[in-house]
Design a protein around this ligand. Structure first.
Ligand SMILES: NC(=O)c1ccc[n+]([C@@H]2O[C@H](COP(=O)([O-])OP(=O)(O)OC[C@H]3O[C@@H](n4cnc5c(N)ncnc54)[C@H](OP(=O)(O)O)[C@@H]3O)[C@@H](O)[C@H]2O)c1
Length: 196
């Protein structure tokens, strides 16, 4: 698939690299591609990434999302993957992804990848085990598409239902942070769902 990644920081670069390695076409939408120091191929302006991508991925801080989506232009019917984390979750009733969906009402916002660090996005394999990522979206086809992309890059992709489910899924972040930082386990840490 053609994946337009907004931003080329930790998350954008990790997911972009993983998706390109899995055989997808990736272009990065950045603020000023002409001024990009490394002159990497695949860097384009935000509207070009928005037009070109079948799936768009938010690799920018939560606080910049509205501005970036506005700059990207017409995103009607695009699938937009949201791995961003708000500094403070908005409420227990409404996830930050639902707020983002409100910025682009005719696009299909999918919550995924936000409970794993960039290190795990780049490589979700832990020996024989695979990190789980929980995928939420109101549009079933968009959710299926992103579940497929997550599996392509090695995740155990779990269908977590509608976008509202992100309110509950996001609680995993607090647990991850406690274990990684207070528990001293470090950032190369992820959850795996067991089923039977
Ligand atoms: N890092 C992680 O392990 C991790 C894991 C899960 C979720 N997340 C979430 O993912 C999001 C991104 O995190 P990150 O660690 O990738 O951040 P980052 O490394 O700081 O990268 C942010 C990217 O966004 C771009 N950007 C910032 N403001 C922008 C704007 N107004 N317009 C266009 N581009 C803009 C930056 O471009 P410039 O270089 O031009 O400033 C940079 O490419 C955050 O919400 C974070 O909470 C992060």
């Amino acid at each position: 698939m053609r994946i337009g990644v907004f931003g080329r920081g930790h998350v954008g670069a990790a997911l972009g690299h993983a998706l390109a390695s899995a055989g997808h076409e990736v272009r990065y939408g950045v603020r000023d591609p002409a001024e990009a120091e490394d002159e990497e191929p695949g860097l384009v302006a935000l509207p070009e990434a928005g037009r070109w991508g079948e799936v768009l991925l938010l690799g920018v801080p939560y606080g910049a999302v509205q501005e970036v989506l506005h700059a990207a232009g017409d995103l009607d019917r695009k699938i937009i993957v949201d791995p961003t984390n708000a500094p403070k979750p908005p409420t227990d009733e409404r996830s930050s992804s639902q707020i983002i969906a409100g910025f682009v009402p005719t696009a299909k916002v999918v919550r995924a990848f936000n409970t794993v660090p960039a290190e795990v996005m780049l490589n979700p394999r832990f020996g024989e085990a695979r990190a789980s990522t929980f995928v939420c979206a109101d549009d079933a086809l968009a959710r299926t598409t992103v579940l497929g992309l997550a599996r392509d890059i090695g995740f155990d992709a779990v269908d977590a239902g509608p976008l509202k489910s992100a309110c509950s899924i996001d609680r995993l972040l607090a647990v991850w942070r406690v274990l990684a930082f207070e528990g001293g386990l470090g950032r190369n840490l992820a959850f795996q769902l067991l089923r039977r």
